[in-house]
Design a protein around this ligand. Structure first.
Ligand code: ZN
Length: 321
């Protein structure tokens, strides 16, 4: 069974504030998943807050204090100006980080075969000591750390297909061979990191794979990169669990990128990752909503992604009538 993890707080972060990372994104996603033809095959699970110890496995204690002590009664700029907090933001961030951990725990315990977190705020730009790029806590890095430390796993792969490079995630595990980080992203583009030469440091050397693409890239380039680079890297690594930073801002209709993916590309990429997960990780996948700023394209792409998570590996779909 595929789980979709939700919470009303994800639709309240930045409520009333005019921001591209809007509550409407969450509402469009959850409405699409609840109304789609395969919604009966989804188990909808309400999120819980992350325990502080799991957040502090990635973020500095003083930074976590600074976020948890925010009491914005209006709008509060957290960094150079693009990351904002409103009244519900701190709670939303705790539940967004908790969503990944909850999904991972349920997958480890066999209650779910895989899961998708609809959490907002997103996470992959958040650094250990600062908010950045609409992100407060690095949800996917926190879950990877949970899998290593609580789940006892030794090899976790993170695939980041958000159109922006996940600088915070890369830095979290740059010297750690227990996490293989693979990112496909438009380059050059925000946040500026993600050069192909960055392959890791120390014990992490060789466990960081940046695959930069040009503005104008399309489905065929992404799917070729998947079959020629991403999947072989997964085969070499043999991960015990796969996490996906699933941003949908590489879509052709997205306002924040020049990449030109169709909604169907997200289905194809998900199916390729699922094959590798079935081979090495007993199918275990948790994916995380990151970017995606055209709400219609976002909802349609998420539907394709979740459909591919549900599709069983024999090619038919569970629960279809
Ligand atoms: Zn993005």
């Amino acid at each position: 069974m595929t789980g979709v993890i939700y919470h009303d707080l994800f639709g309240r972060h930045l409520e009333g504030y005019n921001h591209v990372e809007s509550p409407e994104r969450y509402k469009a996603v959850i409405e699409k998943l609840r109304g789609c033809s395969f919604s009966e095959s989804i188990r909808f699970i309400e999120s819980i807050p992350a325990e502080r110890k799991w957040i502090e496995a990635i973020h500095e204690r003083s930074y976590v204090d600074s976020i948890l002590s925010l009491k914005p009664d209006s709008y509060f700029l957290l960094d150079a100006g693009d990351t904002v907090a409103t009244a519900d933001t701190v709670q939303a961030a705790l539940y967004s980080a908790g969503a990944g951990i909850l999904g991972a725990r349920m997958v480890l315990e066999g209650e779910l075969s895989n899961a998708f977190s609809t959490g907002r705020p997103p996470g992959h730009h958040a650094e250990k000591n600062r908010a950045m790029g609409f992100c407060l806590f690095n949800n996917i890095a926190i879950t990877a750390s949970y899998l290593l430390n609580e789940g006892g796993l030794k090899r976790v792969a993170i695939i980041d297909w958000d159109v922006h490079h996940g600088n915070g995630t890369e830095n979290s595990f740059i010297d750690d061979s227990r996490v293989l980080y693979i990112s496909i992203h438009q380059y050059p583009h925000y946040p500026g990191s993600g050069h192909a030469d960055i392959r890791g440091k120390g014990k992490g050397t060789g466990y960081n794979l940046n695959l930069p693409v040009s503005s104008g890239s399309d489905d065929s380039e992404y799917l070729s990169l998947f079959s020629e680079r991403v999947i072989p890297a997964l085969e070499d690594y043999a991960p015990e669990f796969i996490l996906i930073s699933a941003g949908f801002d590489a879509h052709i209709n997205d306002p924040l990128s020049g990449v030109r993916l169709s909604s169907g590309a997200y289905r194809e990429m998900t199916l390729m990752i699922r094959e590798a997960a079935d081979e090495y990780a007993e199918g275990k996948i948790v994916s995380f909503l990151e970017g995606g700023y055209n709400t219609g394209a976002l909802a349609e792409s998420v539907e394709q992604h979740v459909l591919a998570l549900i599709t069983d590996t024999t090619g038919s779909q569970h629960g279809f009538r």
